[in-house]
Ligand binder design. Structure first.
Ligand code: HEC
Ligand code: HEC
Length: 272
């Protein structure tokens, strides 16, 4: 799959293609501006047109026809060029992540790294920004968050974050295995509240800023609930979404209640 011989040419390809992409962007912007101006022009010179300055009218029609003919070509170029490059860039950016999160983003209990595959892209992006800015992973007791924070620092800018997230988003989803027993029925009862934000099957809800839970490992769910409850997560003044989640963790009386919920969430995946 990964061919080391391709590495250097790929880097060249990338810069060439970003020029192409840049060109396409300029082209579209110009085209858009042009298309917006046309109707305006027609309206402004409306009286002229209706009184038979047909020559100019036809000229305008010709130009817009030409422009229309160029659109599909440009779209085709963008579709062919942009996707594989983003994919290649995301794939190479994900290389380092795979050492902890697994080749397919399935997670790794021994390294404390949660599954990423199946998670909502907007949530992944927000967490990476939070790690980078120290909104998550900077609490002195957040051992694992600090490990992750160092990794987020390797993503140079928003483009790199977008690329790696786009790559993760297309990874196949592996249902996690249960690592402990929990009371699914009890978990179902207390999950009723969580469903309001995370969805009935733990599928997540962007409007509520709530991530998917259904593909996360049980031990990771419990650890995050403990982190929220103890204030390791969700107490940074800029962690708006974490502050929404934190009071919810308070409702869970003890670790067993958290395990029951995690078992219920796990059962949702198994049911599929
Ligand atoms: C050294 C191991 C390691 C590497 C490498 C690593 N991570 Fe992580 N990552 C973790 C750990 C551990 C956590 C969980 C932190 C916690 O428990 O709070 C985590 C958490 C995350 C989260 C939050 C998930 C969630 O559900 O909230 C995201 C997103 C993430 N990592 C993405 C990445 C990306 C992208 C890369 C590559 C640039 C990467 N990680 C590299 C160890 C790693
Ligand atoms: C008011 C809406 C709301 C409710 C209700 C709610 N959550 Fe959350 N939850 C959130 C938000 C928002 C986040 C994401 C915080 C962030 O972006 O940093 C979150 C994050 C989480 C995470 C961390 C996921 C990860 O990938 O790291 C877990 C686990 C979680 N919630 C479990 C629960 C459970 C269990 C309940 C019910 C007891 C619950 N939530 C109730 C809004 C809610």
């Amino acid at each position: 799959m990964s061919n080391p011989k391709n590495l250097k040419p790929r880097a060249l390809d990338e810069s060439f293609c970003s020029i192409l992409v840049g060109f396409n962007f300029l082209f579209f912007t110009a085209l858009l501006a042009f298309m917006l101006v046309l109707p305006l022009k027609a309206v402004l010179s409306g009286s002229d047109a209706s009184h038979g300055t047909d020559g100019s009218h036809e000229a305008v029609a010709d130009v817009s026809l030409e422009a229309a003919a160029e659109v599909p070509a440009a779209v085709a170029v963008a579709a062919v060029v942009v996707d594989p490059i983003t994919h290649a860039a995301g794939k190479s950016a994900y290389m380092i992540c795979s050492t902890c999160h697994g080749a397919e983003g399935e997670g790794n209990a021994a390294l404390n790294a949660p599954a990423l595959a199946g998670q909502n892209d907007w949530y992944l992006k927000r967490q990476l920004i939070k790690y980078k800015e120290g909104v998550r992973g900077s609490h002195p007791d957040d051992t694992y968050g600090m490990q992750m924070r160092a990794m987020a620092m390797t993503l140079a800018d928003e483009t790199k974050i977008d690329e790696v997230v786009a790559y993760i988003a297309q990874l196949p989803v592996t249902a996690p295995l249960a690592t402990f027993d929990g009371n699914v029925a009890k978990g179902a009862a207390s999950y009723a509240l969580c469903a309001a934000c995370h969805g009935p099957d733990g599928e997540g809800n962007e409007l509520m800023n709530a991530p998917a839970l259904q593909n996360l490992q049980d031990w990771y769910i419990v650890r995050q609930l403990q982190n929220y409850k103890s204030g390791v997560r969700g107490t940074h003044p800029k962690d708006i979404e974490g502050m929404q989640m934190r009071p919810m963790s308070m409702i869970l009386a003890d670790e067993q209640a958290m395990k029951d919920i995690a078992a219920f969430i796990g059962s949702k995946v198994a049911a599929k």
